[in-house]
Design a protein. Structure first.
Ligand SMILES: Nc1ncnc2c1ncn2[C@@H]1O[C@H](COP(=O)(O)OP(=O)(O)O)[C@@H](O)[C@H]1O
Ligand SMILES: [Mg+2]
Length: 197
C-alpha cells in the first residue's frame, strides 16, 4: 500500500506528499521587497531542480524531477524512511560514498542532515532537499557539508562515532581529496565548540 498524504511547512517552502508525487512550493517572504522575493524564489526553485538532476546524472540517487514551475518543483516521491530513522553502519558508509561523488563533481549539498537523506523500501539511498545546494570545490564548503552531517548523527540512537567512521570509509573510497576535507571538518567542529562557549 502506498504511503498516505502528508504536508510539511518549513521556513522556505510547503512540501506536500500526494500519492506518487511531491510538490515543493516556495512561499512568499513578506519581509522581502516583492520583486526581490519573487526573483529569489524563482532562482532557488530553478537551481534546486538543476542540481537535483545534475547529482542524479553523476550517479547519486535523487528523486526524478517531473515538473518545474516558477515557484514549485514536482518530483517523484521516494517510498521509504528518513535516514535519521533507519541509519546503520552500512547506510552511513553508502552515504559517505555518495557524498564523495557529489563533492568530486563540485556539488555541495548545503544541508546534509539525516533528515534530508532517505532510505527507500528498495534499500537505495536517496538524497533530497537540494534547496541550499551550490556548485563549489573549496575544502571549506566540503568541510562544512561533512561537519553538518556529523552533527546530525549525534541525534541518532546508534553510536554516532561508529556511524561517523563508516561514513569516512565510504567517503574516502570515492573521493581522493577526502583526507583534506575530513581534517577541515574537524577544525570546523573545534571552531564551533570555541564559539559556543
Ligand atoms: N521526494 C520525496 N519523497 C519522499 N518524501 C519527501 C520527498 N521530498 C521531501 N520529502 C519529505 O518532506 C520533508 C521536507 O522536504 P524537504 O525537501 O526536506 O524540505 P524542507 O526541509 O526545506 O522543508 C522531508 O524531510 C521528507 O520527509
Ligand atoms: Mg529538509
Amino acid at each position: 500500500m502506498r504511503s498516505s498524504n502528508e504536508r510539511f511547512q518549513c521556513a522556505e517552502a510547503i512540501v506536500e506528499l500526494k500519492g506518487e508525487l511531491v510538490y515543493k512550493r516556495r512561499i512568499e517572504k513578506r519581509y522581502r521587497v516583492r520583486e526581490i522575493d519573487e526573483r529569489i524564489r524563482k532562482e532557488r526553485t530553478k537551481s534546486e531542480a538543476k542540481i537535483i538532476s545534475e547529482a542524479r546524472r553523476k550517479g547519486v540517487p535523487t528523486p526524478i524531477i517531473v515538473d518545474v514551475e516558477e515557484y514549485e518543483l514536482v518530483m517523484e516521491r521516494v517510498d521509504g524512511n528518513l535516514a535519521k530513522e533507519v541509519i546503520d553502519e552500512d547506510v552511513s558508509e553508502r552515504i559517505g560514498e555518495f557524498v564523495g561523488i557529489l563533492h568530486k563533481n563540485g556539488i555541495i549539498h548545503g544541508d546534509l542532515t539525516t533528515s534530508n537523506i532517505m532510505v527507500g523500501k528498495d534499500n537505495r539511498i536517496y538524497f533530497i532537499d537540494f534547496g541550499l545546494s551550490f556548485i563549489e570545490s573549496s575544502t571549506e564548503a566540503r568541510g562544512v557539508d561533512v561537519h553538518v552531517f556529523f552533527q546530525s548523527l549525534k541525534g541518532t540512537h546508534e553510536s554516532h562515532e561508529q556511524l561517523k567512521e563508516s561514513f569516512i570509509t565510504g567517503y574516502k573510497r570515492t573521493f581522493s581529496d577526502a583526507s583534506q576535507v575530513l581534517k577541515r571538518a574537524e577544525e570546523i567542529e573545534r571552531r564551533g565548540r570555541y564559539v559556543e562557549r
